[in-house]
Write a protein that binds this ligand. Structure first.
Ligand code: GDG
Length: 468
């Protein structure tokens, strides 16, 4: 078996099952992948250093070797807070109104990608497969090639890929996308993002796409494919059956005192549609005065990217909206929105999901969305809750038996909440069964195996495993 070198912006050390903290979806998925694969996970430590040295901090934790570097404050400003999170993240989530273009960000992004390439280079051995993750590191593959790396390299993008008409608003977009074409495999969450990418490559770069869907780049064939990410189903179900999960479940159930419970769990991010979600719930309360005291929304939203102004803005916005809606609909013994700005251990989350009658997952745009899948996995199959899911989450393509909504329409979401609350048990079970089958079969192991097979298949010289 070839060794795997995983490269991502941050390296997140595996955590014990019950550990607290808001690990992002990427961290959760990669911990699980690396547990089974011998290999190294390389990335930024999250620490600052006055002057970049490229010194590798190596650690071995639970069978995974991690190698990290520290970055200079200017790197963090321009690459991480700048180009990655003020330029690419909003653009890739269709928010050109929030997208900032600054020459220094672009230069910082390229400088840090080059620093990543220089630092990881001595760790790469001839037979290793190199698997790069996400929008922070799009040009890394081409920088590794320039430094003589001949290994098979792949990129998986966790975010959406924007339509060509939006992407062309990015200065130097051709340079950025061309740099991605040094990877052998480029993976997207869904067919939709893949099609947008292919559209760009063919229309803007004029490259031929072969009949089997590969990109012909100067005679080299690049596999571009959808690999929908999943959750670690077995681990999650085990956590959901733990004593801590049961205790968290019972505590939350007792606190709502027989009322119906809706749950949302999201990093505090404008792409997650939290403001629209709160407004939709406010509308439901206004439109259904008879039910207003009977439904509680628990929104868990651990802060993220707090150094970026648009994230400070969303936080203020949500505080205002929560205050407004609670002010209008609360009673002496009842507050409709419980808005919590902190993270919980995963096992507690599982208990909370299970206690909820409705999972409200309404991003305006999301590469995949793992919360939707976790909500399904945590339900009691005999008496399952209902998943309300945005049609704009990548997950909607696999979870078509959820109640799909347009998160921009407060009217639609409000009516769907009503429908979910009234859904008969037989329909809930029927929908849940189908959702569960998808979440269980297309789990994170499946995702990793498919990606590595595509990467390795090429290494063997035939694209042998490029099925589906
Ligand atoms: C990116 C893409 C894609 C949240 N609060 C707590 C907590 N979480 C965990 C959730 C879930 C993860 O964070 C969030 O994953 P998502 O997929 O929902 O979203 P992003 O962070 O935006 O992830 C996304 C993903 O990458 C994977 O490819 O699906 O589209 O944007 O696992 O449970 N975990 C803990 N406490 C919390 O309070 N422990």
């Amino acid at each position: 078996m070839s060794r795997l070198i995983v490269i991502s912006n941050r390296v997140s050390v595996p955590k014990a099952a019950g550990a607290a903290g808001a690990q992002g979806g990427l961290a959760v998925a990669l911990n699980s992948a690396l547990r089974e694969h011998r290999g190294i996970w390389f990335g930024w430590s999250g620490q600052e250093t006055e002057e970049f040295t490229g010194h590798l901090n190596m650690q071995r934790i639970e069978g995974v070797t991690t190698a990290t570097i520290d970055l200079e404050p200017q790197d963090i400003d321009e690459y991480y807070n700048g180009y990655a999170n003020r330029t690419l993240w909003p653009l890739f989530h269709y928010r050109i109104d929030l997208t900032e273009y600054d020459r220094n960000f672009g230069e910082g992004y390229e400088r840090v990608n080059a620093r990543f390439a220089d630092s990881v280079l001595p760790l790469i051995e001839p037979d290793d497969l190199v698997w790069v993750h996400d929008y922070h590191l799009l040009p890394l593959g081409s920088m590794l090639r320039q430094k003589g790396v001949k290994n098979r390299t792949g990129l998986f993008l966790h975010t959406p890929w924007p339509p060509t008409r939006l992407l062309v608003s990015l200065p130097f977009h051709e340079r950025l996308v061309s740099s991605m074409l040094e990877y052998d495999v480029i993976g997207f969450q869904t067919q939709e993002w893949l099609e947008s990418f292919i559209h760009y490559v063919s229309k803007e770069l004029g490259l031929p796409i072969t009949e089997d869907g590969t990109i012909d780049y100067g005679g080299r064939r690049i596999i571009a494919r959808a690999f929908p990410i999943g959750i670690d189903f077995a681990e999650f179900v085990e956590g959901a059956n733990s004593a801590e999960a049961r205790e968290a479940h019972d505590r939350l159930k007792a606190s709502v005192r027989g009322r119906k419970l809706m749950i949302g769990v999201d990093r505090l991010d404008y792409s997650k549609g939290l403001g629209e979600r709160f407004e939709s719930f406010g509308r439901f309360l206004t439109d259904n005065p008879g039910q207003a005291g009977d439904v509680v929304l628990l929104q868990i939203a651990p802060p993220s990217r707090g150094d970026v102004a648009s994230y400070q803005q969303i936080r203020e916005d949500l505080e205002r909206k929560t205050g407004h809606i609670n002010g209008a609909h609360a009673d002496v013994a009842f507050v409709p929105i419980r808005y919590v700005n902190r993270g919980y251990p995963r096992s507690h989350l599982a208990g909370f999901y299970r206690a909820a009658d409705i999972g409200l997952v309404t991003p305006l745009r999301d590469g995949m969305n793992l919360v939707a899948k976790e909500f399904v996995a945590a339900q009691d199959p005999e008496d399952p809750g209902v998943l309300i899911l945005s049609q704009f989450a990548g997950a909607a393509l696999q979870l078509a038996d959820a109640l799909l909504v347009n998160p921009h329409s407060t009217e639609h979401v409000s009516e769907t909440i009503k429908r979910a609350l009234e859904m008969p048990l037989a329909e809930r079970r029927q929908r849940h069964e189908k959702l569960l089958a998808s979440v269980c079969d297309e789990d994170v192991q499946h995702w990793r195996e498919e990606f590595v097979a595509a990467l390795f298949g090429q290494a063997e010289g035939g694209g042998a495993d490029d099925t589906g």
